[in-house]
Design a protein around this ligand. Structure first.
Ligand code: IPE
Ligand code: IPE
Ligand code: MG
Length: 246
C-alpha cells in the first residue's frame, strides 16, 4: 500500500485542476488563448514553489480527454502551448531537479508532441527535487478502464499491482490534496483512483492569478484537517490489518 501518512515530514502528492484561464481572460477583454498563455506562467511559478512547500509529487491537469470538445482553434492553441512548454522548459526543469512525466493518451496528440514528451521525460529522468506529472488527454475513468483490461489477464491482483496499472508507476504516493481553482467544485474525471482519500481544496482564484501564497494557503488548510482514513483519528494505514487483497 502506498503511504498515506499525514506526517509533515513526508513529501506530499498534490494534484491541481488548473481551471479558469478562459474566464480570467474574458473578464479582461482578452482572448481565451491569452488566458491559457498566462496559465503557463502560473505553472512555472507553482513548479518552482512546490518543492519549497513540502510537495514531492505535483500532478497538474492540463488537458482532459473531454477538452477535445472545445473549438478547434482553442485546442490547437493549447497544443501549441504544450509544444512550447516541452521545448523551452526542459533545461530549467533539469536545473531545478524536476523529473517530468506526462500521463494520459499520446496517440491523439498532434505530430511530434509524443516524441517531444519522451525526450523531455528522458532528459529530466534524474530529477529528485520534485516529480512533476502533467496530465494531457487524460481521463481518470479511462486510466482505470485500461488498467482493468490489463488486470483481466492476471490470476491474482493486489491494490498495489492495480495502482501500478492505473498510474503507470510502481509505488506512486496516493494523492494527499486536490486543489481546484476558479470556484468550480467538481473533479472533472481527475485522479479518481489515486485520490480516493484526497483532501479537496476549492478556491475562487482563477488559475492565471494563482500564486505561491495561494499554494501556501491551500497547504495550511490541508495541514489543519484531520485525516482519518476510515478510523477515528489520524492513523497510518500500515497499522491497519492488511486489506490489500481484492
Ligand atoms: C482551464 O481553463 C484550462 C483547460 C481546461 C485547458 P479553462 O479553459 O477551462 O477556463 P474556463 O473554465 O473556461 O474559465
Ligand atoms: C478540467 O477543466 C480540465 C482541466 C483543467 C484541464 P474543465 O474546464 O475542462 O472542466 P469542466 O468542463 O468545467 O468540468
Ligand atoms: Mg474550465
Amino acid at each position: 500500500m502506498q503511504s498515506e501518512s499525514t506526517s509533515r515530514n513526508e513529501k506530499l502528492h498534490v494534484g491541481i485542476i488548473m481551471d479558469g484561464n478562459g474566464r480570467w481572460a474574458t473578464r479582461r477583454g482578452l482572448s481565451r488563448v491569452r488566458g491559457h498563455e498566462a496559465g503557463v506562467e502560473t505553472i512555472r511559478r507553482i513548479v518552482e514553489a512546490a518543492p519549497k512547500q513540502g510537495i514531492g509529487t505535483l500532478t497538474l491537469y492540463a488537458f482532459s480527454a473531454d477538452n477535445w470538445r472545445r473549438p478547434r482553434a482553442e485546442v490547437a492553441a493549447l497544443m501549441t502551448l504544450l509544444r512550447f512548454y516541452l521545448a523551452n522548459e526542459v533545461q530549467s526543469l533539469v536545473r531545478n531537479g524536476v523529473r517530468l512525466t506526462v500521463i494520459g493518451r499520446r496517440d491523439r496528440l498532434p505530430d511530434g508532441i509524443a516524441t517531444a514528451i519522451t525526450r523531455a521525460e528522458e532528459a529530466t529522468a534524474r530529477g529528485s527535487a520534485l516529480h512533476l506529472r502533467i496530465a494531457v488527454d487524460y481521463s481518470a475513468r479511462d486510466a482505470i478502464l485500461n488498467a482493468a483490461a490489463k488486470a483481466a489477464a492476471l490470476t491474482s491482483l493486489t491494490r498495489e499491482a492495480f495502482s501500478q496499472l492505473v498510474t503507470g508507476e510502481a509505488g506512486l504516493r496516493d494523492v494527499d490534496l486536490i486543489i481546484r481553482t476558479s470556484g468550480e467544485k467538481r473533479l472533472s474525471d481527475f485522479l479518481l483512483w489515486e485520490g480516493a482519500y484526497a483532501e479537496l481544496h476549492f478556491t475562487e482564484r482563477m488559475w492565471p492569478e494563482f500564486d505561491a501564497s495561494d499554494l501556501t494557503a491551500a497547504l495550511a488548510a490541508f495541514h489543519g484537517r484531520e485525516r482519518r482514513f476510515g478510523g477515528l483519528r489520524a492513523i497510518v494505514p500500515e497499522e491497519v490489518p492488511s486489506l490489500s487483497r481484492v
